[in-house]
Design a protein around this ligand. Structure first.
Ligand code: NAG
Ligand code: NAG
Ligand code: NAG
Ligand code: NAG
Ligand code: NAG
Ligand code: NAG
Ligand code: NAG
Ligand code: NAG
Ligand code: NAG
Length: 735
């Protein structure tokens, strides 16, 4: 989102610059005619030569540059029509590969006013020399893989209006010198690793209209008087570590439209008496903080609000005056999940909202009357853990519904057939209820475009439903399905996650998972009664997590696992595999869990030819097999992760790795020196909120700067790779 806006800003500023400097020049007209200056051309040529050209990528603008032509006509260059100086260099997404050197030709382009090198791989630091480009008005370096500290010389760019550095790996504090940039209107440094406080120097930047520091590691309190930022429209510091008061002065900034403070450690919000002028606030996100006590009534005065997130506000089992929301007629998105209130949320409260589309009420007690009718078309409804015992009938007319999370309730019986007549339904989570089956014929929803279906932990019985081809995530674990795994699973097109564990499936493993190639990353079939071999054709090379433990599989261990270079988790415990130790697994660089326990593996686990070396391995269990031979004392010397000490939830790097499957790992039984212990999945050790932050920052870092990509590809990817109940937040985050 930010990139898109920033691009508009860049284009717009460009127009402005030219219309000011040359009032007859119409923006968008043909390039100026006179030649660029030789020193400028040489500097550009030098800059170009600093990056190796692959000659492959069609987007390498510098490849079209020709030394014998006017550099003002080169792709990505705009010259000042009067002086012939290069005024703009725009090499956005041009496949530049390599660090910016401090002696780069770039810094000889002393007259640059606009520099945009976003979406290139400039892996390295941002040199101090950036401060030499003293006429810069717009600097765009988003998604460039830059790291290290932000140079304080940025504070020399006194004409700077837009500083856009989202999605890099910058560390350290925001330089205090930024307080000198009196013209700055946009300060965008989202998704890095910045630490330190929100410095008071920033309060000097009175022209600022947008501050985006989301997804960093900033901490401390906000200044109590922020009213000097009197032109601020957009303020996003979500997913940081800020604490203390939310300053009431923020709410007094009359221009403010979007205020996003979610997922910090803020612990109090003062009741704000009379808001001086009518508030323009459209977005208020306070969710995932440590706010507690009554929900302040002044929220009802923010009548322009379109998106309100109060999730995880701890009312300490108090009452919530839900009528305050009735004043917010423009709401499109409301998240009041997890309020810890004894009030019952009666859905009829939302009957008269006209544009409400995203509604999250999870972990409150929710009441639906049988005659409930909502005027507005709901797209996303989350009512997980709401003490619901009957399938909500009002959904029958909600033809815009695409996301439904009704997990962790007490619904019994069959999933109604009419649900599948909602044409847009794509993500459904029925997990942790007492459903027994699907009403209607076996193919009742086979023609829907469902991407995510979670029916785990219910009482579903045969027949197993016929699945839509579109499914990417399927979890049907912990039910009572039996018989062979339907071969129709092989006809799906896009399967990424398949979890059928803890049922009563028998017969052999379908010989088709190979076809899903790199897509299928999670395959969990543990604790069924599957037998026969594990065929090579059942291995898809994209696997990250494979669990077939507690079955009756026999024969050799499938060697094609060798090709699954992303494999992190491999559990085949309690089967009858009869093979030698799979030394060949050492080619898997990321393997963290290897459990072969209780099989018929035999022979040595030591090979004198080459030491086996599992650098990332954290859990290794080969007990209850028939292994024999010597075990040299230095056997584990190359297993650096194993010897690096204790796994702690604070170690973000390690925590991050586990996310891909933390939702499905139920438990692994491990034997240590003859003692068995049950290790719960990572869920047990990880603070959910924190983990979520990590994912959000990763997501932001990965896609915020690739405009257009998000909608097409990433939603599906996020959904299937990560806990789908984050979906709404993510959706919210980018909407
Ligand atoms: C480009 O042209 C200039 C003079 O026109 C020359 O000095 C320079 O060496 C040329 N560069 C290359 C790489 O050919
Ligand atoms: C630019 O910034 C650096 C560091 O902040 C400072 O040492 C230097 O004097 C500044 N240069 C100019 C020309 O202001
Ligand atoms: C803010 O600006 C004023 C005057 O423009 C200056 O005196 C003060 O030092 C600045 N504060 C910071 C923290 O940069
Ligand atoms: C807040 O700061 C502004 C100047 O930035 C000043 O005019 C105002 O009096 C201050 N308000 C309070 C309550 O200190
Ligand atoms: C708020 O404004 C109303 C009238 O608009 C007034 O009656 C009330 O006293 C004000 N409250 C405070 C705390 O200023
Ligand atoms: C949950 O619902 C049942 C009826 O379905 C009701 O008896 C019970 O009191 C409800 N629990 C809470 C906490 O509201
Ligand atoms: C599992 O299925 C078999 C038949 O395939 C049946 O005999 C057995 O009772 C089932 N077990 C459970 C727990 O349902
Ligand atoms: C691994 O992949 C290569 C290339 O796709 C294939 O030739 C080879 O047979 C595979 N190895 C195993 C053990 O399946
Ligand atoms: C394992 O397989 C070999 C040969 O295929 C066989 O001789 C041996 O008895 C098997 N081991 C067990 C424990 O079944």
């Amino acid at each position: 989102m930010h990139s898109c806006c920033a691009r508009k800003i860049i284009v717009w500023s460009l127009c402005l610059i030219f219309s000011l400097s040359h009032s007859i020049l119409v923006c968008g007209s043909s390039p100026p005619k006179h030649l660029c200056r030789q020193d400028q051309r040489n500097a550009l040529w030098e800059f170009k030569s600093e990056f190796p050209l692959s000659g492959m990528a069609a987007d390498e603008k510098t490849q079209t540059w020709r030394n014998n032509s006017d550099c003002c006509s080169w792709d990505g260059i705009t010259c000042d029509p009067k002086t012939g100086n290069v005024a703009e260099l725009n090499l956005w997404g041009s496949s530049l590969n390599g660090p910016l050197r401090s002696s780069s030709g770039l810094f000889k382009l002393q007259h640059l006013q606009i520099l945009d090198l976003s979406s290139n791989n400039l892996a390295g630091i941002l040199p101090d020399s950036i401060g030499d480009l003293k006429y810069l008005r717009v600097l765009g370096l988003s998604g460039c893989n830059l790291f290290g500290k932000l140079p304080s010389s940025l504070g020399n760019l006194s004409d700077l209006t837009v500083l856009e550095l989202d999605g890099n790996g910058f560390t350290g504090e925001l330089p205090v010198s930024l307080g000198n940039l009196k013209q700055l209107t946009k300060l965008l440094v989202a998704s890095s690793k910045l630490s330190g406080n929100f410095h008071h120097a920033l309060l000097n930047l009175t022209e600022l209209t947008a501050i985006n520091l989301v997804s960093n590691q900033l901490e401390g309190t906000l200044p109590s008087n922020m009213s000097s930022l009197s032109k601020l429209e957009y303020f996003d510091i979500g997913s940081n570590l800020f604490s203390g008061f939310v300053p009431s002065s923020l709410f007094m900034i009359p221009s403010l439209i979007h205020l996003k403070l979610e997922r910090n450690h803020f612990n109090s919000l003062l009741e704000i008496g009379n808001i001086s002028s009518p508030s323009k606030l459209q977005t208020l996100s306070l969710g995932g903080n440590r706010l507690s006590g009554p929900i302040p009534g002044f929220i009802s005065k923010l009548v322009e609000l379109s998106s309100l997130d109060l999730s995880f506000w701890d009312t300490l089992r108090g009452d919530v005056d839900l009528s305050i929301f009735l004043h917010l007629k423009s709401l499109t998105s409301l998240d009041i999940s997890t309020l810890n209130t004894r009030s019952i949320v009666d859905m009829s409260l939302f009957s008269h909202f006209e544009s409400l589309s995203i509604l999250s009420l999870s972990r409150n007690t929710v009441k639906f009357s049988s005659t409930l009718h909502l005027v507005s078309p709901i797209g996303s409804l989350a009512v997980a853990s709401c003490n619901i015992s009957e399938f909500p009938k009002f959904l029958r007319t909600q033809t815009s519904l695409f996301y439904l999370d009704i997990s962790q309730n007490q619904i019994k019986g069959q999933v109604p057939a009419w649900l599948w007549s909602l044409p847009g339904l794509a993500y459904v989570d029925f997990s942790l209820n007492s459903f027994t089956g699907f009403d209607g014929p076996a193919d009742v929803f086979q023609r829907n475009e469902i991407y995510l279906l979670d029916i785990s932990s219910n009482a579903f019985q045969d027949p197993f439903p016929l699945l839509p081809k579109s499914i990417t995530f399927l979890s049907a674990s912990d039910n009572q399905f039996s018989g062979e795994i339907l071969k129709t699973i092989c006809e799906l097109d896009s399967l990424e996650t398949l979890v059928l564990s803890n049922n009563n499936f028998s017969g052999s493993i379908p010989r088709c998972f190979e076809k899903f190639n790199t897509k299928l990353t999670v395959l969990h079939l543990q604790n069924n009664r599957l037998s026969g071999e594990f065929p090579e054709e059942s291995v898809s090379i994209g696997l990250i997590s494979l669990d077939v433990g507690h079955n009756q599989l026999s024969g050799e261990f499938p060697k094609s696992l060798m090709n699954c270079t992303g494999l992190e988790f491999l559990n085949v415990e309690e089967n009858k595999f009869n093979d030698t130790f799979p030394f060949w697994l050492r080619v898997l660089p990321g393997l963290q869990f290897l459990v072969l326990r209780s099989n018929e593996f035999h022979g040595p686990i030591y090979s004198p030819e080459g030491s086996i070396n599992f650098p990332k391995l954290r859990i290794f269990d080969i007990s209850k097999n028939l292994f024999s031979g010597a075990l040299p004392s230095d056997y584990f010397s190359g297993w650096s992760e194993m010897s690096s000490g204790v796994y702690t939830p604070d170690n973000k790097q390690k925590r991050f790795i586990g996310i891909g499957f933390s939702n499905y790992v139920k438990s692994v039984v491990l034997a240590n020196k003859g003692l068995e212990m049950k290790l719960l999945g990572e869920e047990a050790t990880i603070n959910k909120d924190k983990e979520e932050d990590q994912v959000l920052s990763w997501i932001a870092a990965g896609i915020a700067y690739v405009p257009g990509v998000f909608c097409g590809f990433t939603i599906g990817h996020i959904l299937t790779s990560y806990r789908h109940d984050w979906f709404k937040r993510i959706f919210h985050y980018f909407s």
